[in-house]
Design a protein around this ligand. Structure first.
Ligand code: ARG
Ligand code: ASP
Length: 671
């Protein structure tokens, strides 16, 4: 196996030509990119980014909660992440008397900092290629079942050894390149993390879903926390006696700012990408799955928006649900458009044709493309049935709630409004009935429909004075059971085969690239592990005759400000500061910078990631991507793929001028 690992390494290593900005790189192997990075302006070394022996930039980056990134910005454990990453915590401390979502929150002393049970931040201690150990004992004659059993056993042993008996260590072995490579990750998990500050939502969520996934953007999307530790600086459960954590490393802040063309680097935990998908899968996403899921969510959003605009109480109940339904809905649209505009399917098909030609007579790769076609077409219809199960049948709130055992009942009822759910049931179940072929519908669904005569009449029975919980639970159980018993096994087994095929295809693509002296660069798909992306500040053209410059400012907030429109109604204090031009030291050209875009390759999970300059100092906090570039999870277009970052100076301005929390700025090291 050693030979194989080396072979793969040789295939991905040592490209010295200037690359496009695509790529999410492994920190421990960043030395392979360092020449390219330096050519693009980076001033530090690979050791500065990641080192096992010395403190390095990686020591200031944390996995925040389950799905975001955060970074340490003072010697006393101060942490910055996005407002939308701390949203749950800010909300849970809020009440009618202390509405921190609306008014913001600022701890003026350490004892005002608020604990958050359940919230953890994880520091990566080290990562290590363990491919050889994971595949130890593997013989090519083994069946896939035997391989899985062996790999599982080896992984458990590796993890056990790495964890030892240290309770606060989190260890995980993760597959890269579809199981061609395995890495061990060892984290220290801190569980006393306190809320320090958050701007009002009218700043932290400025622009709301209207501006979400878009540039120009003016969202002050940040919140502040502090990591606490036991007296020995090691992780400890929350206690009044805990002390602020002393980090191995924290980011210094570059308040001199950035401009077009400047080097930028994003260091964080991207969640999931699929850059090596076969054409059929990309086609399915762009032409089938996304359009159907978008249509289903449009139905829900129209209903929610209609009811929310009628009643302030309903608006509050559905604010968070509406945001999350709308977030993916908007992304899928940009993604499908981007895939089509880039001709990604056609380009992949062209590549696959060449690959087929090349693979002739190579037993490992021959027939791969045909096999992909066969497998994907075997599950195409079922995949849509699955999409409808999730996005239509299970998307009715009461159905999921009752069917899944009424978990979180208090919160559920607090935020529930039956007229929205009933209208959603009618719209979604009609769409399912119309768009899914009869042969895929459960006998239960067909019986109920026949019994009531129409979805509308069925809805009248399900939603009377109160929703009928028993009936809702039955709908959930029956339709999901039917799906689970009849379709899930086929989907699972074919998907397993597909995944296996990708393991070979991945190697094949690399080998092909080498054999044909191709210029494609390979990096492992994102899988919620720590990565480095780099690029530079750059505008883009979203459409014909339009060009967007890369930096937004406070003047843009004032231009959008409108007390009549919820998403654009800023705090009066911000208006006053603008009117008085009270910008303190954060002024640039008569305004304050707010956000900027750059060519770094990022995805969901990169929210909150530090955006660094050529010297490794903090210039911003990543929070989004531009709409025209959201296909970057599948295919990256350097022309339009841009990440959106909060300019750190806007955060400093808000902390200083708006909140008057100067003690926090004094903690930081500003260069
Ligand atoms: N689009 C950003 C990221 O996925 C931010 C989402 C939160 N903001 C919102 N308005 N829904 O995921
Ligand atoms: N907004 C995303 C996040 O929350 C980032 C992205 O998808 O670009 O992680």
């Amino acid at each position: 196996m050693k030979r194989f690992a080396l072979f793969l390494l040789a295939l991905c290593a040592g490209v010295s030509v200037l690359r496009a900005d695509e790529g999410m790189w492994l920190p421990s192997e960043i030395y392979k990119n360092i020449k390219d990075m330096q050519a693009k302006g980076f001033k530090l070394t690979a050791e500065d980014i990641y080192s096992i022996n010395n403190s390095s930039l990686k020591d200031a980056v944390v996995h925040f909660g389950g799905g975001c990134t955060g970074e340490i910005i003072s010697s006393e454990g101060l942490l910055i992440t996005n407002h939308h990453c701390g949203y749950g915590q800010i909300q849970s401390h809020s009440s009618v008397e202390h509405d921190y979502l609306t008014d913001g929150f600022w701890a003026m002393t350490r004892d005002q900092e608020l604990p958050n049970p359940g919230l953890t931040v994880s520091f990566l201690e080290y990562m290590e290629d363990v491919t050889e150990q994971v595949l130890k004992g593997y013989k090519p004659t083994m069946t896939e079942e035997q391989r899985i059993a062996l790999v599982d056993k080896n992984i458990k042993a590796i993890e056990k050894k790495a964890k030892g008996d240290v309770p606060y260590l989190k260890v995980q072995v993760k597959a890269l390149y579809y199981g061609n490579v395995y890495y061990l990750y060892v984290f220290k998990v801190y569980s006393d993390v306190r809320l320090v500050g958050a701007p009002p939502s009218s700043i932290g969520k400025f622009g709301g879903d209207t501006d979400n996934w878009m540039w120009p953007r003016h969202t002050g999307d940040f919140s502040l926390f502090r990591v606490y530790a036991g007296k020995d600086n090691e992780p400890a459960e929350y206690s009044k006696d805990n002390v602020p954590y002393t980090p191995k490393r924290f980011f210094k802040i570059n308040a001199k700012g950035i401009g077009e063309g400047d080097f930028t680097m994003v260091y964080g935990f991207p969640g999931r990408t699929n850059e090596y998908l076969f054409s059929d899968a990309v086609k399915y996403t762009a032409e089938k799955s996304n359009p159907h899921k978008i249509a289903l969510r449009t139905l829900r959003l129209d209903i929610q928006n209609r009811e929310m605009s009628k009643d302030q109480a309903v608006r509050i109940k559905y604010a968070s649900k509406n945001a999350s339904v709308s977030n993916a809905w908007k992304k899928w649209q940009g993604e499908a458009k981007g895939i089509i505009k880039m001709r990604a399917v056609e380009n992949k098909e062209e590549f696959e044709a060449k690959f087929t030609e090349w693979s002739k007579g190579k037993p490992e790769y021959e027939g791969l493309v045909a096999k992909f076609h066969e497998l994907y077409s075997a599950i195409e219809e079922l995949s849509l049935v699955q999409d409808y199960q999730n996005e239509a049948l299970n998307a009715v709130e009461i159905v999921s709630f009752a069917g899944r055992g009424q978990r979180g009942a208090e919160k559920f009822w607090k935020d529930y409004y039956m007229p929205i759910d009933k209208a959603s049931f009618i719209a979604l179940y009609n769409a399912y009935n119309k768009n899914i072929a009869d042969k895929y519908k459960s006998p239960y669904f067909k019986e109920k429909l026949a019994e009531y005569g129409s979805i509308e009449k069925w809805a009248d029975a399900l939603f009377t004075e109160q929703p009928n919980l028993e009936m809702a639970a039955e709908i959930y159980k029956e339709t999901n059971k039917y799906f689970r018993e009849n379709y899930a096994p086929v989907l699972d087994s074919v998907n397993k085969e597909i995944t296996l095929l990708y393991r070979t295809y991945m190697r094949g693509m690399m080998e092909y690239n080498k054999a044909t002296r191709g210029t494609k660069v390979f990096y492992p798909d994102a899988n919620s592990t720590l990565r480095v992306a780099y690029g530079h500040v750059k505008g883009y053209s979203p459409s014909d005759a339009v060009y967007y410059t890369p930096v937004s400012s406070l003047d843009g907030i004032i231009q959008k400000d409108n007390p009549e429109i919820y998403d654009y109604n800023i705090p009066q204090k911000l208006r006053d500061l603008h009117a008085a031009k009270d910008y303190g030291q954060w002024e640039v050209n008569g305004s304050v910078p707010v956000a900027f875009i750059a060519t770094n390759h990022t995805t969901g999970g990169n929210s909150g990631s530090p955006v660094l300059d050529a010297e490794g100092n903090l210039i911003g906090v990543n929070f989004d991507r531009v709409w025209e570039g959201t296909m970057s999870d599948v295919v990256f277009d350097p022309e339009v793929c841009r990440n959106i970052s909060l300019d750190i100076r806007f955060a400093l301005f808000v902390i200083d001028r708006l909140a008057g929390a100067n003690h926090l700025i004094e903690e930081m090291e500003i260069v």
